[in-house]
Design a protein around this ligand. Structure first.
Ligand SMILES: *Cc1c(COP(=O)(O)O)cnc(C)c1O
Length: 373
């Protein structure tokens, strides 16, 4: 056992699949005095945080708030509130997170039809339309916008219209796209969406921003059974987060006060930079990294790559684990390994939020060039 009075973690450059590096202003905001969760000062900070989330999700949805917990809590929250035992759902499975969404929805008692695609590829509108035709009883279609396990970007344009025509709710995982990729909740007809704080928002992990549209609210209000999860039951949570129900704010669970300070500060940083400018920064830096990696002879896994996560085949004849180890120990840079069937076969380099900079791109390229010699 160490007797040190303080922990003393190294200042890593976080270029993996999340968390991304957190700016000092966000860490400072977290250390502000803790308020009570019903203190009017705190409620004002919470309301402001939800309003900033609406701007960044590009939505007018009143029910937009940060769920207590990481991105997976957001996934569970949406699944458990929208689905009842016996319901049917379609989930796009082309990586780890689509696989998880199917599992989570099945645990809610739903019959889930997998819409499958090769890992690294995305779904076409024709394929999505076919899945909707083949499963006319589906209540929900779940799809991952940014599949962090393979680095593939899923286009969502037109998907909302297809779902609307069939009366199916569109549920989107935007954990690795919110704040880094073009994302329009209202324009794209997304009914429910979840994200996380530690990816492109560059806030520590701990909250999961979610947003529910009017059709999702209708479905939740018409439930015949109680939501299986007490902690994630939105019918109770909304009385706290939106003060809905006429009775003012009602205690459900103690909000993670200092995490809210951090998220508020991280969202302020996004809006100060400008959402469009930030999305453009991610695009330009992805192109810079991509050009450098290809010069080193490295090849991308997905046909249509994310800007926020670059998944490349592990260099032939090299030990990929040793490359990651040496990047961390010698350069202080964290990158990610392959996940699931791609374990040992891929490297994942994140360019998310505060970590997406010219300095970091050029540094990781120089380090890789040295390690690949
Ligand atoms: C990271 C991630 C999650 C899970 O988020 P946690 O914060 O680790 O719980 C879900 N979906 C995608 C696409 C992710 O990248």
């Amino acid at each position: 056992m160490t007797s040190a009075s303080q922990i003393n973690p190294a200042e890593r450059i976080l270029m993996g699949p999340g968390p991304s590096s957190v700016p000092h202003r966000v860490l400072r905001a977290m250390s502000a005095p803790t308020l009570g969760h019903l203190d009017p000062q705190y409620l004002a900070i919470m309301d402001e945080t939800c309003e900033m989330l609406r701007q960044i999700f590009r939505t007018k949805n009143a029910l937009t708030f940060p769920v207590s917990g990481t991105g997976m809590a957001g996934m569970e929250c949406i699944a458990t509130n929208l689905l009842e035992p016996g319901d049917e759902a379609i989930v796009g499975v082309n990586g780890v997170f689509g696989t998880r969404m199917k599992d989570v929805m099945e645990r809610c008692g739903a019959k889930v039809h997998a819409m499958e695609q090769t890992w690294g590829e995305s779904f076409t509108l024709t394929q999505i339309s076919g899945a909707l035709e083949a499963n006319p009883k589906a209540k929900v279609l779940g799809i991952v916008h940014a599949e962090t396990s393979t680095g593939a970007l899923q286009s969502l344009e037109g998907v909302g219209e297809l779902c609307k025509k069939k009366g199916v709710l569109l549920v989107v995982d935007a954990v690795t796209s919110l704040g880094g990729h073009e994302l329009r909740v209202d324009d794209w007809g997304i009914d429910a969406i979840y994200s996380g704080t530690q990816k492109c928002l560059s806030c520590p992990p701990g909250l999961s921003p979610v947003s529910f549209g009017p059709k999702a609210l209708e479905v939740m209000d018409a439930r015949k059974t109680k939501v299986q999860s007490w902690y994630l039951d939105v019918s109770m949570l909304r009385k706290y987060y939106t003060g809905g129900g006429g009775g003012g704010r009602v205690y459900h669970h103690t909000a993670p006060i200092n995490m809210t300070y951090a998220l508020r500060e991280a969202l302020a940083a996004v809006l100060e930079e400008g959402l469009d400018a930030r999305i453009e920064r991610h695009r330009v830096l992805h192109l810079r990294l991509r050009a450098g990696l290809e010069k080193l002879g490295l090849r991308y896994v997905p046909s249509k790559s994310l800007h926020t996560l670059n998944c490349i085949h592990a260099p032939e004849g090299k030990d990929e684990a040793l490359i990651r180890h040496r990047l961390l120990e010698e350069y202080g840079i964290e990158i990610g390994a392959g996940l699931g069937p791609m374990a040992g076969k891929a490297l994942r380099i994140g360019l998310m939020g505060h970590s997406a900079s010219v300095r970091n791109v050029d540094l990781v390229l120089a380090a890789l060039a040295e390690l690949l010699k």
